[in-house]
Design a protein around this ligand. Sequence first.
Ligand code: HEM
Length: 453
Amino acid sequence: MPVKAWIRWMGQHGVARVVIRRAAKNGDLQAHILTDPEARRNPYPTYDAIRAKGPLVRGRLMTQAVSHDAVTQVLRSDAFAVGFDPETMPFLARHVLTRVAADERIVGPIDPPSLLVTNPPDHTRYRRLVSRVFTAKAVEALRARVEQRADELLDAMAAEPAGEPLDLVAEYASLLPVTVIAEILGVPLEMRRQFLTWGTMAAPVLDVGLSYRQFLRSEEALEKMSDWMYAHFDRLRREPGDDIVSRLVHLDDESGKLTNRELLAISGLLLAAGFETTVNLLGTGAVLLLRHPEQRAELDADPSLWGNAVEEVLRYESPVQATSRRSVKPTEICGVRVPAGAFVTAMIAGANRDPAVFDDPNRFDVRRANAKEHLAFSSGAHYCIGASLARLEGEIGLRRLFERFPGLTLDGTPRHRETRVLRGYSSIPVRFTTSTNRRTRSDAVNSSSDTGR
Ligand code: HEM
């Protein structure tokens, strides 16, 4: 019902929108990133400016942590929890938002009981149910499958007439992760493009201060995705498959069965996190390597560097720029006192450019010795469950792309996504030439120095 949707929007974004605009006018740097198009395109100077003010900077919206040390401490401290506590709201506002206007069917990535906003003991239970599917060992066993999927998509690209412009995001960077996660979760492959469409529409819900139109579009996508997932759970109840979602649907452990809302929160997040983030790793990785031919030459000369190159992409252009935490008791971060009930933005992407940890942090360097010290997958209790999978997809996806199309070039300016928490490209126009598009896997292994450039 539109009135209820409007109330939800006001509670989640409308009021914040007004506060953000005012704060930006008054010089608040975090609000500046949210409102200024140039700062959104290149937020790194603003991160530097906040970091220069100290480890924890009290802003008009939230307290901000940008140094590597402060972000790590916030993410790892048991004085902080995730999510919003409705008990802290005035009674009437709480009643209206959580009862009158709530839509129980919709569960977005930051709606409870999503892992991202759930605390122990529920968080511990949900994580235990799914994490073994994504351990480093379980993921390594998927290597051949991921390579095969990457090669199939590259074959399809190679079948296009050479010299024709292609969108690397639409043809490759988005399709590889959604195919892989759909297979792991046992979701039909023919739903891939539909999920991508819903994912793109819903991704802004991670941001604060959406317009009413953006909010309605996100809710529409989440509602359609929820309806599809509920019907999918019913199918799996009748005909279980050999996949993690089937196991969750039929689970009946000492804590009982999962409710439909819990099932949706867990599997919906795995699905969406599985492709909405890795697309950015592949897209930004490809653009960085296209713009830094000297770095590609390093990789051609020594392919063992690919793993480190992926870490450097994650550090340099973090696909998830920030997250937030709420202090549940008074504490201290880097010597600065934090009272209970404070909201802190942990600026992951700012921490990953901290000169105290990374020499010359604004230089993209696939050989950087400590690239892996980045916080792109967070830290502490909510450390990304899919980190091993993302690393595998990043390494295979980028390496295969450049081995197959050594003559790949940008054919225009890549376009950034509109989202703020998620950073990446919505389209990357590229072109490849006839002489360089047919190199096979074995050619690439035998002649890694033949770059065709
Ligand atoms: C480059 C790709 C990826 C990046 C940069 C990334 C980043 C992150 C970050 C920063 C968090 C923690 C947020 C916080 O601390 O508040 C997170 C959590 C999570 N990620 Fe990823 N992720 C990626 C890929 C994946 C993939 C492929 C999956 C699929 C399984 C996945 C599943 C999850 C889940 C389920 C959580 C919630 C964990 C929890 O709250 O306990 N992610 N991810």
